[in-house]
Design a protein around this ligand. Structure first.
Ligand SMILES: O=C(CO)[C@H](O)[C@H](O)COP(=O)(O)O
Length: 428
């Protein structure tokens, strides 16, 4: 078997960052350099030209995602220096045939991207018949966020065509290894390399996984475990960024610094500091849950204190969020327990038992249903609707990775405005 190629996808907007990121990826073992669709949309063929100049001996892949005017677009990319040009597999056969003809004339290859194709096996075989050189089992970035797997797509077409197979879509070292085991000849990695703080190191990890897939054990986690692992790796600000700035609870402060809570919500509505329902709810929580309490918006009477915190901690509850007041602050701080509230007062209410457990509540301006995911850290708490928890957690990780790389570039001497080309991208 020939050594699988590693194609790094430069899915960024700023051309001034592209060559440096590519250099680091190549130093880490990337063979092919993809001028990603966002970069092409942002900078056009100038991006292809610049990368060809910087890398005269590498395959330069122009991810044009051609849907029409095959000849014109293939010519444009080939003249700019691309050696492989990407078309959408879903494009009409006339577009594919024209792209292939133009590619032959310019001595470049055509890679067809199976994104969104209804019958990938049949289409891959048709593409091979039309003269396409490589088919790419690609699950798009937005589709990845809802859990679609490019490796599953690859498995479905492996052995069905005899042209080389590429795979793309959210791959990391573990899934890249699975892709090689499933028959990938070209493994395309974008975010996991180009958004990494250490681009070279990340590329090296992928390269090692491609060279010996057996070294990387496949990860087996339940959906909830995956959501928890993803949210544990990111911050509350990353999550609200991933939700288009939505989901943040207003007015909370963390009782203890340096702690963080992640978990599905158990909700409690109580009234006037009545602490019976909040305390009873502790017994219903599973380890890892977060108790979210609405004290009817009242901050002059506390439904929660130190003994309840002890009980919650023993139960393995990840944290407590209170739209209202808390007391025994010194003791809770000494426990280093993740508790978030709107006020501290010394007085509790009575345990009369008014209220409800696991009803939909409002907490600090946000609707919270039982099972919605909460992430709370020193910046505050964010609620994530349960149906979107995996997607939002995945998107939050993308936000974090992007920030990690931007931080690295700032540390190397750039400014935030420069890295992100803020003046250029101001809204007109
Ligand atoms: O073509 C693409 C998006 O349309 C990407 O280049 C491809 O999905 C690889 O990037 P990532 O590893 O971040 O998914």
């Amino acid at each position: 078997m020939t050594r699988p190629k590693l194609q790094v996808a430069l899915d960024i907007l700023e051309l001034h960052r592209a060559a440096q990121i590519a250099r680091e990826a190549v130093a880490g073992g990337a063979d092919w350099i993809e001028v990603g669709t966002p970069l092409i949309k942002s900078e056009g063929m100038a991006a292809v030209r610049e990368l060809r100049e910087a890398f005269p001996d590498h395959e330069i892949v122009a991810d044009m995602k051609i849907a029409d005017t095959g000849t014109m677009e293939v010519e444009m990319a080939a003249r700019a220096g691309a050696s492989i040009v990407c078309v959408l597999a879903d494009a009409d056969d006339t577009v594919i045939a024209e792209s292939v003809r133009a590619a032959r004339l310019y001595g470049v290859r055509i890679m067809a991207d199976l994104i969104n194709v209804a019958d990938p096996v049949r289409r891959a075989q048709e593409l091979e018949g039309l003269g396409v050189d490589i088919v790419n089992a690609h699950v798009g970035i937005d589709q990845q966020m809802i859990g679609k797997s490019s490796v599953d797509l690859l498995r479905s077409i492996a052995g069905e065509v005899s042209i080389p197979l590429a795979v793309a879509g959210g791959l990391d070292a573990s899934t890249a290894a699975q892709a090689v085991a499933a028959g990938a000849d070209i493994v395309i990695v974008g975010g996991w390399i180009v958004k990494a703080r250490d681009v070279e190191g990340s590329a090296q990890k992928i390269r090692a996984a491609l060279d010996d897939p057996s070294l990387v054990p496949p990860e087996k986690k339940s959906l909830d475990e995956e959501i928890r692992a993803l949210l544990t790796a990111v911050s509350a600000p990353n999550v609200t960024d991933a939700m288009h700035r939505k989901g943040a609870m207003n007015g909370l402060f963390p009782l203890t610094m340096g702690v963080k809570a992640v978990g599905p919500a158990v909700t409690v509505q109580t009234f006037g500091g009545d602490w019976a329902k909040p305390v009873e709810a502790i017994d219903l929580c599973r380890p890892g849950d977060i108790l979210v309490i609405n004290n009817d918006g009242r901050t002059e009477i506390a439904p929660w204190g130190e003994l309840a915190t002890h009980s919650a901690k023993n139960q393995g509850i990840s944290g407590v969020v209170i739209d209202g007041a808390v007391r025994d602050v010194d003791d809770i701080r000494a426990m280093k327990y993740p508790l978030f509230a709107r006020a501290c007062v010394p007085n509790a209410g009575e345990a009369k038992g008014f209220g409800e457990i696991n009803a939909e509540i409002t907490c600090c301006g946000q609707q919270v249903r039982p099972g919605d995911w909460i992430i709370a850290d020193e910046s505050g708490a964010v609620v994530i609707p349960k149906e979107r928890a995996y997607e939002v957690a995945r998107r939050a990780l993308e936000v974090k990775k992007m920030e990690d790389r931007v931080r690295e570039e700032i540390e190397r001497g750039s400014t935030l405005a420069q890295v992100q080309e803020l003046y250029k991208w101001e809204k007109r």
